[in-house]
Design a protein around this ligand. Structure first.
Ligand SMILES: CC(C)(COP(=O)(O)OP(=O)(O)OC[C@H]1O[C@@H](n2cnc3c(N)ncnc32)[C@H](O)[C@@H]1OP(=O)(O)O)[C@@H](O)C(=O)NCCC(=O)NCCS
Length: 138
């Protein structure tokens, strides 16, 4: 298993094979891919931005992380991708990594918990929990 920063060709391949990823894989971010036997098994797309309060620090926000096939899930591939994102963000001097998961996405919550992220549920005015921001200080 090779976990590496994705190339333009990897990006084009993912967009072509999984067109819905165009909604989450925008300009100005970076791709991480899990690659084995000439196949991309999973990927993440993250972008770096200034934390929008009066501190001079950046965060890497993971827009999407996915292991494509069910049969490849729960084998640690998602965690390898998360760890690669952590290393990249650290090397670039970011303060934290964040992501968002929908309230009903248990596997996503478990992925972030497994990798030591704090879970902050988002509560609407009507009391409904819509999801969670997850965060890891580097
Ligand atoms: C979220 C996702 C990327 C995780 O990838 P993965 O390769 O399965 O992750 P890992 O194997 O490293 O870790 C997942 C952990 O969650 C646990 N888990 C997964 N689904 C679970 C569930 N429904 N209930 C309880 N635990 C669950 C696994 O057992 C594993 O923990 P363990 O190793 O301690 O047993 C994958 O499930 C996926 O692609 N989901 C669809 C896309 C998605 O929802 N992405 C996130 C939002 S952008």
């Amino acid at each position: 298993m090779d976990i590496r920063i994705g190339t333009d060709a990897d990006r084009r391949f993912i967009l072509e094979k999984y067109p819905y990823t165009s909604q989450v894989m925008n300009q100005g971010g970076y791709l991480v891919v899990a690659y084995e036997s000439h196949e991309i098994l999973g990927f993440s797309w993250a972008f770096r931005r200034k934390i929008s309060v009066s501190i001079d620090k950046t965060e890497d926000f993971v827009n999407v992380i996915e292991v494509f096939k069910d049969e490849n899930r729960c084998k640690g591939i998602g965690s390898l991708i998360v760890q690669k994102c952590i290393n990249i963000a650290k090397e670039n001097g970011s303060y934290q990594i964040r992501a968002y998961c929908d309230a009903n996405n248990q596997s996503s919550h478990m992925l972030w918990i497994k990798n030591g992220f704090a879970i902050s549920p988002v509560k609407m005015e009507n009391g409904q929990i819509v999801g969670s921001y997850v965060a890891y200080v580097l």
